[in-house]
Ligand binder design. Structure first.
Ligand code: FAD
Length: 458
């Protein structure tokens, strides 16, 4: 490759999709240069701001990302909000390929009465709040109530439930944000309902996460026998991961061990799985949330697992003072030029190639929707990387006249906005670990963007 024709690849977003795409390109091309742009001054996306604080082992992927960022051909540029600070068109003028890996920054709503009450909180904001995401710092989480309803049967719903029910003695040794720890210390929450529209064979959470819930100290699982008693008849016919998960739900309800039964009898908190309920409205009394009214559903369809929920005219009320909506994240178009599927909340693409936009690619949750775990995102990141390498090799995209990041530096300078490099992130990282060590935590996250920038430039 002549120096003129070195491919410059720009990746927008520094979560798993961005880092794994970068890794693949750096590995697969001996000269390609990769710039990773990130809206926040700090890297790693949902690994830092989504993954629960009591799951530190999941965050080990940060080591791999750090190695990628330290590659001489890779440049991290933090505090650059693509779509605002620089347009996609400008980036395409400067790069051989631009990869959109900016995740899912919005969430789905229910469109029901009472949803706007401040005590109906999006799980996404709550997760951001306990994980120190700057934009959620001031979320008002009112935990002065005993009963909580979480709408949704996915892993995020379980993360929310677990954080609400885990003993403070455990949480205080994690990197949970101090404001969240303080609020949770004062929490009166005793009971969490996890409510889904369909049945036990349709839950979206995975076995590891529900097992953790079943094992929570001082906390009793409530899974109604009527909901699971017939499952043993179908377990054998289920595909592998669903089989083990269903078996666990069945045994927890129908055949608990004596030890568990004794432990659960003494527990002062509990969570309860509820099925076949579609939220109809949030019940408010004098402006306060006092419950959720649900339609009771019937499940339709021949397939054991892929059933559809149909509401009936029957309803049921569950009393609570706080509601979490955990029905899925959604991406937003960050630039008007993007072909976007508003309903699915994804950029229109074929195998990561953005439709009708040569040289523009997408990867991760912005391309697939908010599904799967980091391992799935890794696979997509590698795939996107391979597609780009192929397009470079085939000459489908050209590197001529593409000079890389100078345009970003110029734009940031003209806006008076500070860029954050990876070695400046190292400073923030060290400072956070130092602050954490002082209070017995692995890290105390800096929550204000202005403070992150100050530490970066110190
Ligand atoms: P993200 O991780 O969201 O990264 C997108 C990045 O783009 C962010 O850094 C964002 O700031 C940046 N960005 C956004 N807009 C712009 C812009 N305009 N300009 C520049 N940058 C921008 N998976 C597991 O394997 N284990 C778990 O325990 C686990 N827990 C999870 C808990 C929660 C609450 C959630 C929501 C997800 C969890 N996941 C977990 C899934 C995992 O986080 C995702 O698979 C993965 O993060 C998706 O990667 P991504 O790169 O597509 O998006």
């Amino acid at each position: 490759t002549s120096s003129q024709n070195v491919p410059h690849v720009c990746i927008v977003g520094s979560g798993p999709a961005g880092f794994y795409t970068a890794q693949q390109i750096l590995k697969g091309h001996p000269a390609a240069k990769v710039d990773i742009l990130e809206k926040l001054p700090v890297p790693f996306g949902l690994v830092r701001f989504g993954v629960a604080p009591d799951h530190p082992e999941v965050k080990n992927v940060i080591h791999t990302f750090t190695n990628t960022a330290r590659n001489k051909r890779c440049t991290f540029l933090g505090n650059v909000d693509v779509g605002k600070d620089v347009s996609i068109e400008e980036l395409q003028g400067a790069y051989t390929a631009v990869v959109l890996a900016y995740g899912a920054d919005d969430d789905r709503t229910l469109a029901i009465k009472g949803e706007k009450n401040p005590n109906v909180i999006s799980a996404r904001s709550f997760v951001g709040w306990f994980n120190g995401l700057p934009q959620d710092r001031d979320l008002n989480v009112d935990l002065d109530t005993e009963n909580v309803v979480i709408l949704g049967h996915g892993n995020v719903a379980l993360d929310v439930a677990r954080i609400l029910l885990t003993p403070i003695s455990v949480l205080k040794k994690t990197d949970i944000s101090q404001h969240a720890l303080d609020a949770l210390t004062r929490s009166r929450v005793r009971k969490v309902y996890l409510v889904g529209r369909r049945g036990p064979l349709q839950v979206a959470f995975t076995i590891k996460e529900i097992r953790e819930m079943i094992k929570l100290p001082n906390c009793r699982p409530v899974i109604h026998k009527d909901d699971v008693k017939d499952l043993n008849k179908v377990i054998e016919d289920l595909p592998r991961p669903r089989k083990r998960l269903t078996d666990l739900l069945y045994r927890t309800s129908m055949e608990p061990s004596d030890t568990d039964t004794q432990l659960w009898a003494q527990a002062s908190k509990e969570w309860e799985l509820r099925f076949r309920l579609t939220p109809a409205e949030v019940i408010e009394t004098e402006g306060k949330v006092t419950g959720v009214k649900f339609y009771i559903n019937e499940l339709q369809g021949d397939d054991l697992v892929n059933k559809i929920a149909k509401v009936t005219s029957e309803t049921e009320d569950i009393q609570c003072g706080l509601v979490f909506r955990s029905i899925g994240y959604k991406s937003i178009p960050i630039d008007p030029c993007l072909p976007f599927d508003e309903r699915k909340g994804i950029i229109l693409n074929k195998k990561g190639r953005v439709e009708n936009r040569p040289g523009l690619y997408c990867s991760g949750w912005v391309s697939t929707g908010p599904v799967g775990v980091i391992l799935n995102t890794m696979t997509w990141g590698f795939e996107t990387g391979k597609v780009i390498l192929k397009d470079i090799e085939d000459g489908a995209i050209s590197s001529e006249g593409k000079h890389g990041n100078q345009i970003i530096k110029d734009k940031m300078l003209s806006k008076g906005k500070q860029l954050v490099t990876f070695s400046e992130w190292d400073k923030i990282d060290l400072e956070e670990m130092k602050r954490g060590a002082e209070v017995g935590k692995p890290r105390e996250k800096i929550i204000q963007i202005s403070e992150m920038l100050k530490v970066a430039s110190s």
